[in-house]
Design a protein around this ligand. Structure first.
Ligand code: ADP
Length: 208
């Protein structure tokens, strides 16, 4: 046991400390720095019966991404209109693009008793969980830790979307900042994203 790497010990400790909720959990919040594996683990959660609650974004769709399933891709104008109409739980700007999660959708999904997950950058997390509409729910918040900084860098470089060297540098710097900040964030559990299938199984189990 003492031989386990620190990150895996952290995963084990946080998972063991999860309270048993009589009525189970309603949804999963999947959080990680850019390149941490939200997209990958999210897809695997979908194979395990979780729906994805799409967020709104002003960024361009990447190849293969579907409007209304992965995200709602909207213009800045539409985004700002929805924001002022009070439709969002939280908004954040990263890499020059706006993102938000929808109050309206959250209510719909909860009312329908759906099993789902929502992903969000570490930057958006605190604001999201502190919204009264979220505070009154039972969720499992999961933070994906990269196995190492080197692996995170490799994964960011290997990702299918085209980002240039400057952007990779920016994202890595941002990841360090996020990992430092999140040490004091109230995540329910940490998961080391070594093997995505293992992580998806673990999250699905803990979300029961
Ligand atoms: P995020 O959505 O958090 O930015 P992604 O899911 O896009 O992260 O993952 C970043 C890159 O790392 C992708 O190319 C993905 O295929 C790869 N990746 C993610 N998780 C793993 C894993 N457990 N093992 C190997 N590669 C992974």
């Amino acid at each position: 046991e003492a031989e386990l790497p620190t990150s895996l010990r952290l995963e084990r400790l946080t998972r063991q400390a999860l309270p048993d909720l009589e009525d189970g959990r309603q949804f999963v919040i999947l959080s990680a720095p850019s390149g941490g594996g939200k997209g990958t683990v999210g897809k695997l959660l979908e194979e395990r019966g979780f729906g994805r609650m799409p967020r709104f974004t002003t960024r361009q769709a990447r190849p293969g991404e579907v409007n209304g399933a992965d995200y709602f891709f909207v213009t800045r104008e539409e985004f700002l209109r929805r924001e002022s109409a009070g439709e969002f739980l939280q908004t954040a700007e990263t890499h020059g693009e706006l993102r938000a999660s929808s109050r309206v959708l959250l209510k719909e999904y909860l009312d329908a008793g759906r099993k789902f997950y929502v992903e969000g950058s570490a930057g958006a997390y605190l604001e999201f969980i502190n919204h009264p509409d979220v505070k009154s729910t039972r969720y499992l918040s999961a933070f994906l830790l990269p196995p190492s900084f080197e692996v995170l860098e490799q994964r960011l470089r290997g990702r299918a979307d085209t980002i240039d060297e400057t952007e990779i540098r920016e994202r890595l710097a941002k990841a360090v900042e996020h990992l430092e900040k999140t040490r004091s964030y109230p995540y329910d559990a940490y998961f080391v994203n070594d093997q995505a299938e293992r992580v998806a199984d673990a999250i699905a189990k803990d979300a029961e």
